[in-house]
Every structure is written in structure tokens, then in C-alpha cells.
Design a protein around this ligand. Structure first.
Ligand code: CA
Length: 231
């Protein structure tokens, strides 16, 4: 599964270089040359990660990062700051604002990709291609295969994404609204009841091996993926 990355960079040559390399690495790239455009794009659809230049015309990258961290909807989006400055105080300021990492120009494509991968793994594991395994249930995003106790499980595309999100965010309660945001994508008009329908399909696909017990209902709150039995 490729990550959707918003590249906010006003220097056309750097923007192009970064976008081409991220696309080549399998990511889905959206571009903005200024913070105002970036904000508009983020309002349309929340990316998996924002690669943000420090020095931008108009609103600065730092100010954009601050705004993203202030708004409830964009608070958790991973941010990597790009900057030509090597000054320690800028790095500290960027990290204090909530940037997840910091890359100083000039940087190598390899370094940038490694940083992106590390941040995604930490902040949005569902956007990486890493296989996940819990209690004999294994999901591999690269091959799009799910097995339970070694036996193949057939899932529809929505059930696959739902299971991937749940498995990469275990032991937490997710409300229906949160699942809609994360699995269906925000700004998608779907009733919350839809979540229940797909949870039911997912459980029924996992029932044969007893792995349906991993997908738990938390009354009045939502759903939780847990290897621990419900008390
Ligand atoms: Ca710049």
C-alpha cells in the first residue's frame, strides 16, 4: 500500500526531484508550492504524511505545521520538515511544533526515503508494506494476502483495509467515525452503520479459524482489535 504524501515546496526543481523520487518509490504524491494551497489540499483529503519546506512564500512552513497540529482533524498527520538551515535552534523549534522528523538540504533521495519510511512505520503503520501478524492471523500488504493459521482467508477490499488498520492499531478502541475516516477516507459520505456491515463480513471470514474473536465490540464506543480475550 503506497502512502499519500503531500509535498509542500516552493522551489520547482526540488519539488520536482522529490515528487519524481517519491513516485518512483511507489508513493502517491500531491504537490503544493505554498502553505495556503497545502491547507486547501489537506482540507480536501488528509494525506498520510506531509513533507514540508521550512521557507515558503507567504505563510511559512513552521506556521503551517503549527496550524496542522492545532486543528483536531489534522493533529495526527505525520510531518517531516525540509530546510536549508542547519541551525540547531531551527531544528528544535520544528520539533517543538510537533514535526516528526527533520531533513536538512541538501539531502540524498535515499536518506529522505528512509526517513519517510521510519516516520510512517512509527506514525501510520497501515501505510507501509510491512506484513503484520497477531495470534496466527497474518496480513501481507505487499502480496495482498491474509492467512489464518496458515490457511488463506478471502476478504473484500474494504475488509482487507479495515483489518489492516485494526491490526496495525491494536489494543485501542476505534469509534465508527474514526474507522470511517481512517479506512474509507475522510470526507466520504458513508453512514456509520456501514462500518458494522463490514465488521460483520470481516468476522464471518475469520470465523472458521476462530480469529473473529480478535475483532471485539466495545459497547457504546466502537471496535477494538485485541489478542487478549474479553473479560
Ligand atoms: Ca523554500
Amino acid at each position: 500500500m503506497a502512502a499519500q504524501i503531500l509535498v509542500v515546496e516552493d522551489e520547482p526543481a526540488i519539488q520536482e526531484l522529490v515528487a519524481v523520487n517519491l513516485t518512483r518509490a511507489g508513493h502517491d504524491v500531491i504537490r503544493a508550492a505554498d502553505a495556503e494551497t497545502a491547507l486547501r489540499l489537506v482540507r480536501e483529503a488528509l494525506p498520510d504524511l506531509v513533507l514540508l519546506d521550512w521557507m515558503l512564500p507567504g505563510m511559512s512552513g513552521v506556521e503551517l505545521a503549527r496550524r496542522l497540529r492545532t486543528e483536531e482533524r489534522t493533529r495526527a498527520v505525520p510531518i517531516i520538515m525540509l530546510t536549508a538551515r542547519g541551525a540547531e535552534q531551527d531544528k528544535v523549534a520544528g520539533l517543538e511544533l510537533g514535526a516528526d522528523d527533520y531533513v536538512t538540504k541538501p539531502f540524498s533521495t535515499r536518506e529522505l526515503l528512509a526517513r519517510i519510511k521510519a516516520v510512517l512505520r512509527r506514525r501510520a503503520p497501515e501505510a507501509t508494506e510491512d506484513a503484520v501478524e497477531v495470534g496466527g492471523l497474518r496480513l501481507d500488504p505487499a502480496t495482498h494476502r491474509v492467512t489464518a493459521g496458515g490457511a488463506p482467508v478471502t476478504l473484500g477490499p474494504t475488509e482487507f483495509r479495515l483489518l489492516h488498520f485494526l491490526m496495525t492499531h491494536p489494543e485501542r478502541v476505534h469509534s465508527r467515525a474514526q474507522l470511517l475516516d481512517q479506512v474509507w477516507g475522510d470526507h466520504v459520505f458513508v453512514e456509520e452503520r456501514t462500518v458494522d456491515v463490514h465488521i460483520r463480513r470481516l468476522r464471518s471470514a475469520l470465523e472458521a479459524t476462530g480469529h473473529d474473536a480478535l475483532v471485539q465490540t466495545v459497547r457504546g464506543a466502537g471496535y477494538r482489535f485485541s489478542a487478549q480475550t474479553v473479560g
